[in-house]
Each structure stands twice: as C-alpha cells, then as structure tokens.
Design a protein around this ligand. Sequence first.
Ligand SMILES: [Zn+2]
Ligand SMILES: [Zn+2]
Length: 141
Amino acid sequence: MDAESIKRSFEDSGLRCTPQRYAVMAFLIECNRHPTAAEIFEAVNRVDPRSSRATTYNNLRDLVQAGLVREVAVEGRAARFDARGMRHHHFICDRCGNVEDVRWYRVPGPASGSLGKRVLRECELIFRGLCTKCASRRASC
Ligand SMILES: [Zn+2]
Ligand SMILES: [Zn+2]
C-alpha cells in the first residue's frame, strides 16, 4: 500500500489523516511480524519523537475500530497487530509466542442455528503449536 492508498483508506473509514496515525499505519503495513503496541510505539517514536505513547495507542485503537488493523489476541501475552489487507489465518507458537500468517482458505461456519441471533462477520482460525524455529530446536536436543 502506498501513501495515497493509506490516505484513501483513512478517508473511506472517516478517520482524519494525522502524521502520527499515518506513521502507525505505515509501520504496520511494512512490518509483517505482528508487532505489539509497545513495539509500534517504539518504531513510530524513532521516526517522530513528538508522538506520545497515549497518542500512538489511541491511533491504534481507532484503526482497529475502523477495521483497517486487526488485533490478534494472544493469551497471557501482549496483543499483536496486523495491517495486512489480505485475509489470512494465524499460527501462534506455544513456546516463543511468535505469530505467523497462514494462507487464507475458507472455513466452514458454525452449524446453522448455533449462533442464535448473533451476526457472524468472519470466521478465522488460530493454529497453535511450535513455530519452525522452536520445532527444530526441540528436535536437536
Ligand atoms: Zn516459536
Ligand atoms: Zn497476520
């Protein structure tokens, strides 16, 4: 996504394009290893030290609410963020907490009727286990 498309996606979502918000989005698009909010703040702050932690976190929250950024909840660890436009599933490593993308395929939704009156937006999977690095480390010892 280039600068123009980022600005357009903000406009489409009714978000004002502030330099700080832009920096958060640009970093997330360029960084594909699912950073935590703290990592995003550090990266944005390196480029523009005027950006406060609160501003960065608020911008992040706005982007998640607008649907431009996805929050990947990892139990017991800080949430990770993801701005990859393409739909995908996630693989979370039990040992190092690494979050990796798994190519999208359609998942059959829940049995009809099991959701009651709830409205389903999407159905995605989280795979759990050992990432490539941790799996090979285990094999070697
Ligand atoms: Zn791992
Ligand atoms: Zn992802």
